[in-house]
Design a protein around this ligand. Structure first.
Ligand code: ZN
Length: 288
């Protein structure tokens, strides 16, 4: 029953996406219909798709984004990029990071002050919108969002969704460059806030939990993702909230989940040293 519900929801979701975005060739409807039948087969296929494939796919998606500067206006000022990269480097020094030496873990900034979001492709290519950076109030919450994105890569969440939609053979042909049209289609499906980018509730809880655990080995407050939720809740521009909630759903229980983790770990209330509010304000103020 539960599975049937999920299948119906999936079909409705993809149908809505197909209606809403006509310029990109969508995931074939046959794939969707086959989705339920292919689960077991896919589980076997998932094993064939290794972490090196994640990096290769992430690289291809990155190249595709760079070919579309209108959709993805990359930000070129080195100092802010380095500021974010230093945060990423501290997070990935957590002993819980498995793919530190395999995944890229390179952060890039996209110039769009109207989008409060960040995402990470398979293989650890991390993208953060200027709208997110400018709307956060302290360094700890930026670190928490970056740690959440790193967790999606480490736990290989997007890879599972992409494989289910495309199958391993097609993904491999994209990676070796045999299929530029499919790459374009995949990038379109991945980046347009659609199914492939949408993290499930379960993925979100797991990424929050790992964000918390990664931050425990740093000086930042491990519960800082809460401040990011506050920004989203207080944002008056509804379309932005929708866009973000499309990719990272934020139900009330995600907040409660973090509170429980803080309590269980006996973590004290944050202070200036664990939030870095003043330094962060200065950073945002001087950011071109
Ligand atoms: Zn997420």
């Amino acid at each position: 029953m539960h599975f049937l519900f999920k299948k119906i929801f999936f079909i409705i979701y993809v149908s809505l996406f197909i209606l809403s975005c006509s310029q990109i060739k969508k995931i074939k409807f046959d794939d969707v219909v086959q989705f339920g039948k292919k689960i077991e087969k896919d589980t076997a296929l998932l094993k064939l798709f290794n972490v090196e494939n994640d990096v290769a796919l992430g690289k291809k998606l990155d190249e595709e984004m760079k070919r579309n500067p209108k959709d993805y206006p990359f930000y070129f000022y080195n100092q802010p990029i380095q500021f974010l990269q230093d945060i990423v480097n501290k997070i990935i020094s957590s002993p819980l990071i498995k793919y530190r030496n395999i995944f890229k873990y390179k952060v890039q900034i996209i110039s769009d002050d109207n989008i409060i979001n960040a995402f990470c492709t398979p293989g650890g290519y991390i993208y953060v919108y200027t709208g997110l950076i400018r709307s956060l109030k302290n360094e700890a919450s930026l670190a928490a969002v970056l740690a959440h994105e790193i967790a999606h890569a480490e736990l290989r969440h997007a890879k599972n969704r992409i494989l289910k939609a495309y199958g391993v053979d097609l993904i491999k042909s994209i990676i070796i460059g045999d299929n530029p049209d499919k790459l374009k289609e995949l990038a379109g499906n991945f980046f347009s806030g659609a199914y492939l980018m949408k993290n499930s509730r379960e993925d979100e809880y797991e990424a929050d939990e790992y964000s918390f655990k990664y931050l425990q080995s740093t000086l930042w407050y491990p519960g800082a993702i809460k401040y990011f939720f506050d920004v989203i809740k207080s944002d008056a521009k509804l379309h932005i909230v929708e866009r973000l909630e499309d990719t990272h759903p934020i139900p009330q229980d995600r907040i409660e989940n973090i509170d429980k983790m803080l309590k269980d770990a006996g973590i004290k209330d944050p202070d200036e040293k664990s939030l870095k509010t003043l330094d962060y304000k200065m950073f945002v103020k001087t950011m071109p």
